[in-house]
Design a protein around this ligand. Structure first.
Ligand code: GAL
Length: 340
């Protein structure tokens, strides 16, 4: 008994050593292990960031420890909040997959990816959207799951699922955008033909309007991981090719408005990630997930995921500032950087 107690005490000491409050971060370290304010690695993959109530909120895929992608690692949406984009407080899983009800759309074993949150001023709800594939069907029909919350810190309640791009098989990785008329738009690759489409939602941001669907001219087929942003009157779309969890070359497109037509600007990345020796042809080993526009600074941050499908919880994040050369966005590798 005594030795059991001693081992518990030793385990406790070990845990507090591992999860001791780390020193606050003072710079971004792309590709490195990123600890939250309690010293635990951040678990928010394929995510996005919003600014609300004086905080940044980071929502991403909660990956279950010990599971590979093949063994169903998706646990729901994990949220963090921060004042400075570097030091993140864990808010926990704000939408969990359902471990009890096998009939739920989000029953454990479903694929729940790439969550993004927007605020709907009309309903005063925070709306979370995510790619949702039914349990047991693999990457077949790609639904968009919808959940909602009263506060950006959650909890989110699952609401329903929809099919975007007026496609029977749905659509893939997506970017969301609210225009000056408060309309919500969804941009994604349509299945199975991989044309890149835009879909408008109803005014409560709940259902897609099929009659609004349009193929976006100039966006190459199979554009995944779209992350859009506006700068000086132009709309830019950062994305990737389609090669599953394996990295490929980033792509950038430009248009006068979100509905195109788009001009292809090539690969905006340069430099090399010293951790894996990967450069622009493999986007430093990452895939885009979101671009953060800082609310008060002329700063755009591109977010990428370094996926680890064999042990997804260990996936790291690459956040890099976007620079502009004659109005053209560039993303240059940096081992560390700070917000000035
Ligand atoms: C990627 C996509 C990820 C995930 C993966 C599965 O292209 O961006 O979200 O769906 O494929 O292979």
């Amino acid at each position: 008994m005594k030795s059991i107690l001693l081992s518990f005490a030793a385990l406790g000491l070990l845990c507090s050593a591992v999860f001791a409050n780390p020193k606050p971060m003072t710079e971004f370290k792309p590709g490195a292990i990123w600890l939250d304010t309690q010293g635990k690695p951040i678990n928010a993959h394929g995510g996005g960031v919003i600014f609300a109530d004086g905080y940044f909120y980071w929502y991403g895929e909660h990956k279950i420890w010990g599971k590979s992608e093949a063994q169903k690692a998706d646990g729901g949406i994990h949220a963090y909040r921060s004042k400075d984009l570097m030091n993140w407080e864990d808010l926990g899983v704000v939408l969990s997959v359902d471990y009890d009800n096998p009939d739920s759309d989000i029953t454990y074993g479903c694929i729940l990816e790439r969550p993004k949150v927007v605020y709907c001023a009309k309903t005063k709800k925070y709306m979370a959207y995510f790619k949702l594939y039914e349990k047991g069907k693999g990457y077949d029909t790609a639904y968009l799951g919808v959940a909602q919350a009263d506060s950006p810190a959650g909890p989110f309640k699952y609401s329903h699922r929809v099919l975007c791009a007026a496609a029977e098989k749905g659509s893939g990785d997506f970017f969301l955008f609210i225009d000056e008329n408060s309309d919500l738009w969804h941009l994604a690759v349509r299945k199975p033909d991989k044309a890149f489409c835009i879909t408008k939602f109803d005014d409560e941001y709940k259902y897609p309007i099929d009659a609004s669907v349009k193929v976006l001219e100039g966006v190459p087929l199979k554009t995944e991981a779209p992350a859009g942003f506006f700068k000086d009157g132009k709309f830019f779309l950062l994305g990737s090719g389609s090669s599953g969890w394996a990295p490929n070359s980033a792509r950038l497109l430009r248009a006068d408005s979100v509905s195109g037509p788009f001009e292809f600007l090539g690969n905006p990345t340069s430099g090399e990630n010293p951790i894996n020796k990967l450069g622009p042809e493999k986007t430093f080993g990452g895939q885009s997930s979101f671009v953060i526009k800082h609310p008060t600074k002329d700063l755009y941050i591109a977010m990428f995921d370094m996926w680890v499908p064999e042990h997804p919880v260990e996936g790291k994040y690459i956040w890099l500032p976007i620079t502009f050369e004659n109005g053209v966005p560039k993303i240059v590798w940096q081992n560390s950087w700070k917000i000035e």
